[in-house]
Design a binder for this molecule. Sequence first.
Ligand SMILES: [Zn+2]
Length: 294
Amino acid sequence: MEVGEKFIANSTYLGPEMTAESLKELSRSFQEGLRPTEGEIEKTAEELLWINFANHIIKQEIEALGLSSSLSLEPERVHLFSEDDITNLKGGDGYHSPVTKGLFVRKKANRVFYYRTLFHESVHFFGYHNYHGEKDKVWLKQYRQGFFVRQPKKSRHEHFRGLNEAVVELITSDLLNQHQVEVTAKFKFRSEELQAYRTRPLQPYDSYVELLAFIIYGIAKSRNVEPQKIWSFLKRGYFNGSMLSFPLVDKVYGRGSLRVLGELGTSFGKEDIDVSETVHEFDKIASYFKSRQP
Ligand SMILES: [Zn+2]
């Protein structure tokens, strides 16, 4: 199976506009994600071990959810940069490119922070992906990445950026907690590394996760089911693209609530977002849900 075909088998495409040329372009692009990037550094044996560990337990989780994935995270897809690298990663700690399926992560002296970021980006890699092509030209755009939706024709329009990050982050925490014994045995994080992580200042994503957990509990309570059941339903959708769990948000929190949740995180990040239209402070969104908790 060609590299491109593997991803194509795992993704779907919008409408009739995806031409043979765009598919070829997508395949070429995925191939590019494997190619070494200027400035990246060689991986240590421990980093390779972590990449394989992440690959293994994320795939295991996908299977546990009753799904299958033809994907495997090849170590060549992961590009590591030194902590003081200023040309790559634009100041961030890591990202996953939906178009090349390459992972880019900045090294950190504290391995808990560093390996967690690597794991988070790996969860992005395995999420549902969907692309949009256009008639008569080789033009590709990501349309879905996990739950994150970006309208291909209106670049200023997007939904669920923050919700998607919260889901990725919660999957990361869940899996690393579940495999704590194995992590401790294999990677021997020092107590000062763990302590620094536990006492870190609150990050935006931490608040997103907290809000997501709050909403999951609210839905579970109103449906009289275990929160774990709602969480598994949501996780399945993250990996297979289904948004079937989404209407529950409106059912439990009232009409229009899903729209409010969709705005989470749109004020962070990309410059192609029309800020005046989409800025919604996290606090406003959080208090909206908190005031409606069943
Ligand atoms: Zn992320």
